[in-house]
Design a protein around this ligand. Sequence first.
Ligand SMILES: NC(=O)C1=CN([C@@H]2O[C@H](COP(=O)(O)OP(=O)(O)OC[C@H]3O[C@@H](n4cnc5c(N)ncnc54)[C@H](O)[C@@H]3O)[C@@H](O)[C@H]2O)[C@@H](O)CC1
Ligand SMILES: Nc1ncnc2c1ncn2[C@@H]1O[C@H](COP(=O)(O)OP(=O)(O)O)[C@@H](O)[C@H]1O
Ligand SMILES: [Mg+2]
Length: 281
Amino acid sequence: MNIQKIYKPVAAQAHKGTQGHALLIGGSYGKIGAITLSSKAALHAGAGLVTAFIPKCGYPILQTANPEVMVITDKVQEHISCIEFTIIPNAIGIGPGIGQEQETQDALHQFLQTNKTPLVIDADALNILSQNKKWLELLPPQTILTPHPKELERLIGKTQSDEETIQKTITFSKEHQLIVVKKGAPTQIIDGDNVYENTTGNQALATAGSGDVLTGIITGLLAQTYTPLEAAQLGAYLHGLTADLALPHTGHESFVASNIIHFLGKAFLTLQGNRNEIGFK
Ligand SMILES: NC(=O)C1=CN([C@@H]2O[C@H](COP(=O)(O)OP(=O)(O)OC[C@H]3O[C@@H](n4cnc5c(N)ncnc54)[C@H](O)[C@@H]3O)[C@@H](O)[C@H]2O)[C@@H](O)CC1
Ligand SMILES: Nc1ncnc2c1ncn2[C@@H]1O[C@H](COP(=O)(O)OP(=O)(O)O)[C@@H](O)[C@H]1O
Ligand SMILES: [Mg+2]
């Protein structure tokens, strides 16, 4: 599978209104950084407009760190208690840093009951779903879940081998019509019986916030004209490639999640050449 076939260059006549509006929902006291990274990543993935929905305490932090991102605040200071907004986003990413307060769980339930917008679900939003598996029925078809191994285990249960994990994830994906970005080394994308293995990335990504950035990238792509499977594949590919491109500059140790965002431009630029070797296995 060739990533270059998925990639769509930005049209010369494009404007911010044609490049998609991404909404990132998350953050809680002490974890505003997660949603700050996600929303910044969505912008750098090409979304024309990005809004972050966060608890009140994050307002000055996010507005200062990301002046290009618009902000909607919850009425509660330290966590999200009610997800209501009047904007019409093209894609929503929910979960980075959101925490598991009871009010936040209730807000997620309420949100899922009415939401029809293409969705990416990560981090504590996944953990809340794991404790309320009936809510999986509320997800729009082709919703993208981005679990790391522990989050996946909470969703599908313990397994004895990698093969069993893949089989259970395929069954889970088919049962609920979901795309699972099974994060790891390497990341695999499971869409029903189809399993795609990413070819980019390295251990530099073993750093706090690198998954939060992936969620922002995928949501930013989903808000443009990419299908959920394309957004998951291109997002995972670009995310990993940033770590490969950064390696001569940062080494494995000093690479941090912000570097993923920093090197995203260089990663996109590789897609504009004629490299045929790139892609997924
Ligand atoms: N700057 C920030 O605000 C940050 C906020 N974060 C947020 O913190 C919350 C908690 O997320 P966590 O993922 O830390 O908590 P979890 O409890 O979901 O996951 C941590 C556990 O999973 C295990 N694990 C993670 N990756 C693994 C792998 N590849 N293989 C095997 N085990 C693995 C860890 O060893 C640990 O036991 C999330 O909402 C997240 O978005 C984190 O992303 C870190 C940065
Ligand atoms: N050794 C590794 N090789 C390749 N990718 C890795 C490695 N370690 C972590 N990653 C990637 O980094 C990201 C980590 O996500 P996650 O655990 O959710 O981080 P966080 O919650 O801190 O943002 C995933 O995309 C994962 O595939
Ligand atoms: Mg994570």
